[in-house]
Design a protein around this ligand. Structure first.
Ligand code: FES
Ligand code: FES
Length: 159
């Protein structure tokens, strides 16, 4: 076992883990962040996406020990003071989900996308989210949600 320590959604956690433990399993089973889900376990679907030091990673492709000393943000750490993050709000308003299984990962990947490109074109959104699969929506409302979040964020910055 190896002792690791990391910040998850603003709180510090220190735990013993087996060196082979995947970050997604650590988050779900030891930290209790079950909003981060496993869709494939083979790095294809993106359902397990979280932010590691602000950049999106598929947490089924990262060992928990690799996140030692780092900062993880999950979908459960986005809302502040009972208010949804602008990307969460946009997914809600645009009906960008059906079963919702892909949604945590989609939202985290969208936040990273907008962080590096605040005004993406439709094509850039589709390419930016190509590592995240959705079996329900056909993607159109997800693209609309990212566009809506981009507009809301730039309006908020201008006011
Ligand atoms: S569970 Fe990680 S990419 Fe599918
Ligand atoms: S909403 Fe069902 S997989 Fe995306």
């Amino acid at each position: 076992m190896t002792r690791i320590s990391m910040t998850v959604d603003g709180s510090t956690y220190s735990d013993e883990v087996e060196p082979r433990t995947l970050l997604v399993h650590y988050l779900r089973q030891q930290v209790g962040r079950t909003g981060t889900v496993v869709g494939c376990d083979t790095s294809n679907c993106g359902a397990c996406t979280v932010l590691l030091d602000g950049r999106s990673v598929k947490s089924c492709t990262v060992l928990a020990v690799q996140a030692d000393g780092h900062e993880v943000t999950t979908v459960e750490g986005l809302a502040t003071d009972g208010r949804l993050h602008p990307v969460q709000q946009a997914f809600h308003e645009c009906h960008a989900l059906q079963c919702g299984y892909c949604t945590p990962g989609m939202i985290m990947a969208s936040i990273d996308l907008l962080g590096s490109n605040p005004h993406p074109s439709e094509q850039e959104i589709r390419e930016g989210l190509e590592g995240n699969l959705c079996r329900c929506t056909g993607y159109n409302n997800i693209v609309k949600a990212v566009q809506t979040a981009a507009a809301a964020t730039s309006e908020a910055a201008a006011s």
